[in-house]
Design a protein around this ligand. Structure first.
Ligand code: SAH
Length: 271
């Protein structure tokens, strides 16, 4: 049984659930920056960039709780508990997450424990990977000529109890953004094409979006699994599926030296 609070004692510290944005340090909100500078303890994920970590005051305790290749990552329950424990000994406890804490960030789960323990908290939104990717790869997520809506989904495809509703995601007038989908590109392709989405739907895989290492791989739905296996593809990466990807050729303003539009028939058309 998890102990969430010390009986008879209230925590005097406050937990700040903060979104760090997709990578570029300049995409941190002014509020996130201010709170980070007043932090006494910071629990951060692997996706938070070094430049952002450099903004944490020297005296603050820094705790890495996210997954990094090969190293131990704390279990979600341990992180939840640690946030509560720190609120007993520290004034400002910052839980720093990549992107936005409420978009595939488990922010809700962490807050449930904090609420149960009676600890004070605030949430600071961040620019989610989809918004950062869209802006820096020149792919508007909606556009009156191409897409009337956009859906953000997880490509984890793991929950057998709750299968992916491909029919709901196959609407040709909707942009689909897939987080954490690279390893399941094949399943995503089969699911969407099986539900009637055209094999020729333009797709982009954008890796390390908003950083100097950003790369954009463009293709079509029927070769998304090949794009996902591209040897130059570095994590984290996001998939954008839909007609709006056609705009990448003309709206891409952010072109770090190593950026490339991987050749495919579609990429050739876009140039
Ligand atoms: N809370 C985060 C998402 C965490 S899930 C947010 O709002 O952005 C992790 C997934 O986000 C990764 O698997 C990847 O699909 C995506 N992602 C995060 N940062 C990214 C980046 N800089 N470039 C491309 N994809 C990114």
């Amino acid at each position: 049984m998890e102990i969430v609070a010390l009986p008879g004692q209230a925590a005097t510290g406050k937990v700040w659930l903060v979104g760090a944005g997709p990578g570029d340090v300049d995409l941190l909100t002014v509020k996130a920056h201010r709170i980070l500078q007043s932090a006494d303890a910071v629990l951060y994920d692997a996706l938070v960039s070094d430049e952002i970590l450099a903004l944490i005051p020297k005296h603050a305790e820094k705790i890495a709780v996210g997954k990094r290749a090969g190293k131990h990552s704390a279990a979600q329950s341990e992180i939840n508990q640690l946030l509560v424990t720190k609120a007993y000994t520290r004034k400002n406890v910052v839980r720093l997450k990549g992107g936005d804490p409420f978009i595939f960030g488990r922010g809700g789960e962490e807050l449930e424990t904090i609420v149960a323990a009676g600890v004070e908290f605030e949430v600071i939104p961040g620019i989610t990977a989809a918004s950062g990717t869209a802006a820096y790869a020149g792919i508007p997520l909606t556009h009156r000529d191409y897409a009337q809506g956009v859906s953000f989904i997880t490509g984890h495809c793991k929950l057998e109890s709750r299968p992916m509703d491909w029919q709901a995601y196959a609407n040709p007038n909707n942009t689909l953004v897939v987080y954490m989908g690279i390893l399941n590109a094949d399943l995503i392709k089969q699911g969407l094409m099986g539900a009637g989405r055209s094999a020729q739907t333009p797709v982009a895989i954008v890796s390390k979006a908003t950083t100097p290492d950003q790369q954009t791989f463009v293709g079509t739905l029927d070769n998304i699994d090949e794009l996902a296996k591209h040897p130059d593809l570095v994590m984290p990466a996001l998939m954008v599926i839909g007609e709006v990807v056609e705009l990448a050729g003309s709206l891409n303003w952010f072109t770090p030296d190593n950026s490339q539009l991987i050749d495919s028939e579609l990429a050739a058309q876009l140039k």
